[in-house]
Design a protein around this ligand. Structure first.
Ligand SMILES: *Cc1c(COP(=O)(O)O)cnc(C)c1O
Length: 371
């Protein structure tokens, strides 16, 4: 046994992404108590920075002390009551997880399926909402990391409102990487993750709920089944108005990291960060196209931060290529998930990974291993 020293990798998969040395340095600062007044200041700043990143004034905006999947469960567990009908859009792996969440919360999932690699169909969702006037919630993934598709979040939220439904939006891969406007688009409940375009180590899930969502949570007929995720209880810890009460122990050093990563995002400017992701993805696409590699997703709805490329037919062992990229070039990319396993590779350009040198390194590594 010895201390664990991780290899030096370049992370260009579906997350985690490369973490800035500034964030790693912040994380290694001395741990303080989670009820220390100084920690309260940190919590307040994190909430403010998250409101900036989400583009929201929502009071109930904070980081769940667990990964993106826990942010997902926090939304579903708090907003669904037994018997509630929920229209769920499935156009990739994370949509199927939403269905699982709805069912486990005792809700009834009305599933709207779209082909993997295409956006959620507004027409199909409209039909489903018309056919189910008693539906209470519309849930969908804004940026499907399993395929690299962006759906039209603004239109889907407007449609939900038209049918008197709350919306739940998965923005785990969106936040910090591509356009997202929580207040402007009328998003009611949203969750994200620390390790994608925020380029923070994994393990934290920023969430935000507007007044409509908070009303629903406060007026539930039954308590939230999960004690840990019950926002009525968590609010007393993260809200801070009227004194903070102990709920759980926040991962103190992970919060230093989140603060630094959000601070970096604010320094750059949100819109500049979106533009950088777009520019880097264009450069990557040019490089892959020049190598004759095709993309899964139409350019009009492709996410800049997650690029699904079709594995060329002459490649018989795609896993061996990924192993070679890792072993010879220290480059991590993602395999295809679910229905796309063995069909695509997923190349992430998230946060600190969305840089010129990464794009160059990635293209050079692919050229070397494909020959
Ligand atoms: C990564 C991801 C999740 C899950 O986040 P974890 O931090 O792995 O739990 C959920 N939804 C989407 C769209 C993701 O990309």
């Amino acid at each position: 046994m010895a201390s664990f020293i991780p290899p030096k990798r370049t992370l260009m998969g579906p997350g985690p992404s490369d973490v800035s040395p500034r964030v790693l340095e912040a994380m290694s600062r001395p741990t303080i108590g989670h009820l220390d007044p100084a920690f309260q200041t940190l919590m307040d700043e994190i909430k403010d920075l998250l409101r900036y990143a989400f583009k929201t004034e929502n009071m109930l905006t904070f980081p769940v002390s667990a990964p993106g999947s826990a942010g997902m469960e926090t939304c579903f567990a708090n907003l669904i009551e037994r018997g509630d009908k929920v229209v769920v859009c499935v156009n990739g792996v994370f949509g199927t997880r939403m269905v699982e969440n709805v069912t486990r919360c005792g809700g009834e999932a009305i599933i709207v399926n779209d082909d993997w690699g295409t956006p959620v169909s507004i027409d199909k969702v409209s039909e489903a909402l018309k056919a189910n006037p008693d539906a209470k919630i519309l849930a969908f993934v804004a940026a499907e990391t399993s395929t690299g598709v962006a759906s039209d979040t603004k239109s889907l939220c407007a449609l939900a409102l038209e049918h008197d439904c709350l919306n739940i939006v998965d923005a785990v891969t969106s936040l910090g990487g591509s356009e997202l406007d929580v207040d402007g688009w009328g998003i009611d409940a949203i969750y994200s993750g620390s390790q994608k375009c925020l380029s923070c180590p994994p393990g934290i899930s920023p969430v935000s709920f507007n007044e409509r969502a908070v009303e629903k949570i406060k007026n539930r007929n039954t308590p939230v089944q999960s004690w840990f995720m019950d926002l009525n209880l968590v609010m007393g810890y993260w809200d801070g108005t009227g004194g903070r009460s102990y709920h759980h122990t926040a991962p103190v050093n992970a919060m230093y990291a989140l603060h630094e990563s959000l601070f970096i995002l604010k320094e750059e400017g949100l819109e500049n960060a979106w533009a950088r992701h777009k520019k880097m993805s264009e450069k990557l696409r040019e490089g892959f196209n020049a190598m004759g590699i095709k993309y899964l997703v139409d350019e009009s709805c492709a996410l800049p931060q997650l690029n699904s490329i079709i594995i060329p037919e002459h490649i018989v062992d795609e896993a061996a290529i990924r192993t070679k990229l890792l072993d010879d070039h220290n480059l991590e990319i993602g395999a295809g998930l679910g229905a796309l396993a063995g069909k695509v590779w997923r190349v992430g350009l998230m946060g600190h990974s969305a840089r010129e040198e990464n794009v160059d390194k990635c293209l050079a590594a692919f050229k070397a291993v494909m020959n």
